[in-house]
Design a protein around this ligand. Structure first.
Ligand code: HEM
Length: 202
């Protein structure tokens, strides 16, 4: 439970911050939303989160591109014919969440980071059955930590962008951030994100 809850959450946050730094216009829009919601306060609270629609879209879009659990293991409970293949009962299969999230037949400009797609269609919520977007899995083995994880991610990200400006060290440009992945039980960034945070006025 501890590793299912910690590794996934911090890795997802690191991916989201990397995408924000790579896309300064998205970062700016998110910081503007945070400033409006905070109304001069230094801290964004849990009750503020429901009003932060752009924040939610940023996190959903980041989870689409960077599903930290890339494969869902399942076993077939009956014989299935799928795309011309016969899959007998009792076969272990892996649902490739990573590939579904980037499938160009399901997502326009599928490799681009565009949180706005989740504003246009905000019906994608974490608990409903959207089989084209499965960062928390689905069905009876779906992640039981969704509510906790999303609240923590939203609170942490909202407060980080509200309190700080982020810059890259040593003259590295936004577009040069290394987004390569390394595989384990969860998909991490191959090279950790290094940023210089400076205090931002509220
Ligand atoms: C961003 C954060 C998280 C992500 C992306 C994530 C994702 C997932 C995924 C994809 C699964 C497999 C679901 C399936 O097979 O359909 C899973 C299972 C699980 N997660 Fe999470 N999770 C996160 C946070 C958490 C947290 C905070 C907790 C607990 C406090 C947690 C506890 C668990 C447990 C216990 C399982 C196994 C459920 C089972 O096998 O029945 N997760 N998670």
């Amino acid at each position: 439970m501890f590793s299912a809850g910690t590794d996934t959450t911090f890795t997802s946050l690191e991916w989201a911050i990397s995408e924000l730094i790579k896309h300064p216009s998205v970062m700016k829009k998110l910081q503007q939303e945070a400033t409006i919601i905070a109304q001069g306060r230094s801290t964004i609270l849990e009750e503020d989160l429901e009003k932060m629609q752009y924040l939610k879209a940023v996190i959903k879009e980041s989870l689409r591109l960077h599903a930290t659990v890339p494969f869902l293991p399942r076993e077939t409970t009956e014989d299935v014919k799928l795309m011309g293949y016969d899959i007998p009962v009792g076969t272990q299969v892996l649902v490739n969440v990573w590939a579904i999230g980037r499938d160009p037949t399901l997502w326009e400009d599928s490799n681009k980071f565009m949180p706005e797609r989740f504003l246009k269609d905000n019906s994608t919520d974490y608990k409903s059955l959207h089989y084209d977007w499965l960062p928390f899995g689905a069905g009876r083995r779906g992640c039981p930590g969704i509510q906790f994880a999303t609240t923590i991610m939203e609170l942490a990200l909202a407060n980080m962008v509200h309190k700080f400006h982020f810059a890259l060290p040593n003259g590295i440009k936004n577009e040069d951030i290394d987004m390569s992945e390394t595989y384990g039980i969860t998909v991490h960034k191959k090279s950790s994100l290094l940023v210089v945070a400076s205090h931002k006025p509220y």
